[in-house]
Ligand binder design. Structure first.
Ligand code: NAD
Ligand code: TYD
Length: 343
């Protein structure tokens, strides 16, 4: 069987490719990735020489290129991870988010229709539900929670998510959608909370916490997300949405303090800075549908996952050093240089 994985040079997509080649060694995996700032070919080095793996540098918005690839490879399954994924960047420059996340998704689905794929899976996010208030810990996102977005990122992901369901209803394209909570683990791009704090702490640099640091995210180890998508592909019902999350809610400040503690760094590195515009307060997934219907449960406890993740960053400087010394430096200066210190 041939599976096309888009965005496979990024964080979750690369972890998914490693997972898939390990769990389904008989399958052929094609990674389609534009290699934006977030895509790293070096990440895929461990699988690049495998005979059943192929990397194709391509933009998911390139209709002719995508169709030619589908015509050549005739994939049975398409899993779309390719996206602009960072909320802060979407606040600075929304347009590319609309282009890649919405138009790119439509191009992939048109090609999937034309070449008769057996399953198109859209990797969506819990951010399509907007946020929950901090004083209502009894509330969780279910698959029936209304879509109600806050940022250009989440709005573009919601557009793609709804478009996917529309292609099912209108054209009968066999789709599934997963809406997952925040992932963490190896190969997470340094602009995101956990790797940014690990890398800054290692350099004894300030740890920039937005606002009061009381926003809550529901963290899931990346491999648990990969396994959830695998189960959805094998046994999920076409046309359905599955929430994915591990009931692991944590305040940002507690994560940052934990990272300081694990690395033996002083909490005095923590610097409260100007809050993100429109900052979502709390994400919390109710994963009972995927548990009930597909038997999925997270396997990695946060205490183990964060230990493994920190260890990975300690052992893989050669992966992140080139990233933080390149274009990322300009990004960091632009994003954080102008952020006012609150303490
Ligand atoms: P990432 O930013 O690390 O990787 C994105 C990848 O997509 C990169 O390799 C990039 O080069 C590629 N890409 C971007 N634009 C492209 C285009 N036009 N054509 C082809 N490739 C392109 O993102 P991630 O954190 O791995 O997220 C992957 C997917 O999972 C995204 O769709 C994201 O919305 C979703 N998601 C992420 C999280 C999370 O916590 N990171 C949680 C839920 C859902
Ligand atoms: P992030 O990793 O960008 O994921 P998302 O916004 O998709 O949840 O951010 C996670 C949380 O951490 C979010 O509440 C914003 C906060 N944050 C900081 O406080 N400081 C930072 O430097 C970053 C990148 C994020």
């Amino acid at each position: 069987m041939t599976i096309i994985v888009t965005g496979g040079a990024g964080f979750i997509g690369s972890n998914f490719i490693f997972y898939w080649l390990r769990e389904h060694p008989e399958d052929r995996v094609i990674c389609l990735d534009k290699l934006t700032y977030a895509g790293n070919l070096s990440t895929l080095a461990p699988v690049m020489d495998k005979p059943n793996f192929r990397f194709v540098k391509l933009d998911i918005c390139d209709r002719a290129g995508v169709e030619a690839l589908f015509a050549e490879e005739k994939p049975e399954i398409v899993v779309n991870f390719a996206a602009e994924s960072h909320v802060d960047r979407s606040i600075e420059s929304p347009e590319i988010f609309l282009q890649t996340n919405i138009i790119g998704t439509s191009v992939l689905m048109d090609a999937s229709r034309k070449y008769g794929v057996r399953r198109y899976h859209q990797v969506s996010t819990d951010e399509v539900y907007g946020d929950l208030p901090l004083d209502r810990p009894d509330l969780f996102f279910t698959e029936e929670t209304p879509i109600h977005t806050s940022s250009p990122y989440s709005s573009s992901k919601a557009g793609a998510d709804l478009l996917t369901l529309a292609y099912y209803r209108t054209y009968g394209l066999p789709v599934t959608v997963s809406r997952c909570s925040n992932n963490y683990g190896p190969y997470h791009f340094p602009e995101k909370l956990i790797p940014l704090m690990i890398i800054n702490a290692l350099h004894n640099q300030p740890l920039p916490v937005y606002g009061q640091g009381i926003n809550v995210r529901d963290w899931l180890y990346v491999e648990d997300h990969c396994r959830a998508i695998d189960l959805i592909l094998q046994r999920g019902t076409v046309g359905e949405v599955y929430n994915v999350g591990g009931h692991n809610e944590m305040r940002n400040i507690d994560i940052v303090k934990l990272i300081c503690h694990k690395l033996g760094k002083p909490e005095s590195l923590i610097t409260y800075v100007t809050d993100r515009k429109g900052h979502d307060m709390r994400y919390a997934i109710d994963p009972s549908k995927i548990h009930r219907e597909l038997g999925w449960l997270p396997e990695t406890r946060f205490s183990d996952g964060i230990k493994k993740t920190i260890q990975w960053y300690l052992e893989n400087e050669s992966w992140w050093k080139p990233i933080i010394s390149g274009e990322y430096r300009n990004y960091y200066e632009k994003m954080y240089g102008s952020r006012e210190k609150l303490s």
